[in-house]
Design a protein around this ligand. Structure first.
Ligand SMILES: *[C@@H]1O[C@H](CO)[C@@H](O)[C@H](O)[C@H]1NC(C)=O
Ligand SMILES: *[C@@H]1O[C@H](CO)[C@@H](O)[C@H](O)[C@H]1NC(C)=O
Length: 492
């Protein structure tokens, strides 16, 4: 063995020095709390998946007794429901398979080959195996974009069965047209949700005999947000740099979360918001489609990271569809007015069921005055709002629903009472007694919406009658400009 020439020893020493300097520049050896999703039987974070939360983990239990009121008998059931669990939209189905495959391959490469995983807070071997075996379900193609899934069907079918058990006095006997009023928006997922609900009530396949009302052209009852340019303008404002959601996306807390997620997955750079959202969306969808299974994509987040992602969504919804948008409540005028009109009369129909979308449920809850916090959620008060009432996961999971139940009571002073249920849990208002509300008080509280002037309240009275109202403005602008240009040319 010959000794190494001194020059090589020097070079080796130099290399060692450089290496240790480089690794000192990447103190990426720790990131977050140690967490192993595959070995967590509770997985409480699945209750914080915002509007892609599974209904099963949110709704009130069938054993609940909140609906039983001494000396009162339920006499009418009015329901506003979101569709059940669905497939992703077209854009997501087109992009996600490749985006996710690339991310998965990079993460495995980071762990297996590059060995850039952190020392503390790294993914456990079981979670990595989950990810290794992940495949995009080839049955999910754009032909089925946003379709109701099998679980989505069951969401509505079993909701119907539980409500029928609770309120058997209202849901008695076979289907009789006069007793039941149903309506859904013009989408596959709400139509299928209606059918599932009907099947839950009357037996498998019974929906073919149940006639829903046709949806009118401008459905201001179920989709008021589709015909209001002011709503769209506010929605756009929420994407501006100074909106609370945008500010949160730039906040140290959120940037640190992105950095932690990236470090944990072995990346030596920060993933983009889009990349993190791709993983989160897939996690949330897969968990909602297969409630008992473990979605590999949920394993890439710790519980605390999920809470931060949930908050980001809540900031968006709060300022788009709820207390953060002063005109939101009035958009639900037609729905509140419809509810009050039905509850006012004991006559048929005794069951009213509407099948719509998350936005309508959020607008409606806002009009009811439900789930309001003393403080508004903002970009800078994440920790103060940890126990907030306004949580899109609780308010609008898949199949989210508000049921208003009319009770006929023996109380001679107030014979009619109402309980409002959100996702099968009684809503507590300070003007009701543990959820039980006097009819006179209900009328008083929602008088604003029942004075027959929804046309005036709705969209500040400026609602365009047609869907393409915004488009018309553009067409008018363009044609006005053309006229000016043409006139200028003509003058030459
Ligand atoms: C696709 O659908 C078929 C028929 O319903 C089913 O047998 C198969 O397991 C599905 N494929 C996947 C990847 O889930
Ligand atoms: C990632 O983001 C964190 C938090 O904003 C920042 O401190 C860090 O420098 C970023 N890392 C890289 C490699 O850019």
């Amino acid at each position: 063995m010959t000794a190494l020439p001194p020059s090589i020893v020097t070079q080796l020493l130099l290399l060692v020095t450089i290496c240790s300097t480089v690794s000192a520049q990447f103190p990426a050896s720790r990131c977050c709390e140690t967490y192993c999703y595959s070995q967590d039987s509770d997985r409480t974070q699945v209750k914080h998946f915002a509007t892609k939360t599974a209904y099963e983990v949110i709704h009130g239990p069938s054993s609940s007794r909140e609906h039983i009121v001494p000396n009162c008998r339920p006499s009418k059931f009015w329901l506003l429901s979101r569709h059940g669990t669905r497939l992703p939209g077209k854009k997501a189905i087109s992009a996600l398979p490749q985006t996710l495959k690339n991310l998965r391959d990079s993460i495995l490469d980071n762990y297996d080959v590059r060995r850039t995983r952190p020392d503390v807070g790294r993914m456990c071997p079981d979670d990595l195996e989950l990810l290794r075996n992940w495949r995009w379900d080839s049955n999910i193609t754009t032909d089925y974009e946003s379709f109701l899934t099998a679980q989505g069907w069951n969401d509505l079918k079993f909701l119907a069965k539980r409500e029928q058990d609770r309120f058997y006095e209202v849901f008695n006997g076979p289907y009789v047209r006069e007793n039941y009023l149903f309506r859904h928006t013009k989408t596959q997922r709400t139509e299928a949700s209606f059918r599932a609900f009907a099947d839950g009530l009357f037996g498998d396949g019974a929906y073919v005999h149940v006639n829903p009302e046709p949806e009118p052209a401008d459905d201001t009852l179920l989709k008021p947000y589709d015909f209001c340019p002011a709503y769209d303008a506010n929605k756009d404002r929420n994407k501006d740099a100074n909106s609370e959601q945008s500010k949160f996306l730039r906040s140290p807390l959120f940037l640190q979360t992105l950095s932690d997620i990236s470090t944990r997955l072995g990346f030596q750079y920060n993933l983009s918001v889009d990349q993190v959202e791709a993983m989160w969306d897939q996690c949330r969808f897969e968990q909602a489609w297969h409630i008992q299974e473990y979605s590999p994509w949920c394993s890439v987040f710790t519980k605390e990271q999920v809470n931060v992602l949930e908050y980001k969504e809540d900031l968006g919804y709060y300022y788009q569809n709820s207390y953060g948008y002063p005109k939101a409540a009035d958009l639900a005028c037609y729905a509140v007015s419809d509810m009050i009109q039905h509850l006012a009369r004991p006559e048929n129909p005794t069951v009213i069921g509407y099948f719509t979308h998350e936005t309508e449920i959020q607008l409606f809850l806002n009009a009811l005055g439900a789930k309001q916090d003393r403080e508004a959620p903002r970009a800078d008060n994440y920790y103060a709002m940890r126990n907030r009432q306004f949580r899109s996961s609780e308010l609008t999971p898949f199949a989210a629903n508000v049921a208003a139940v009319r009770y006929q009571c023996t109380d001679p002073r107030e014979p009619v009472k109402v309980i409002f249920f959100l996702n099968e849990k009684a809503l507590m208002f300070d003007w009701c007694k543990v959820g039980l509300c006097d009819w006179s008080e209900v009328q008083r509280r929602y008088q604003r919406y029942t004075e027959g002037n929804c046309a005036k309240l709705y969209c500040g009275g400026s609602g365009a009658k047609r869907v393409n109202g915004g488009g018309n403005v553009l067409v008018m602008l363009v044609s006005a400009m053309m006229t000016v240009v043409l006139a200028a040319i003509a003058r030459k």
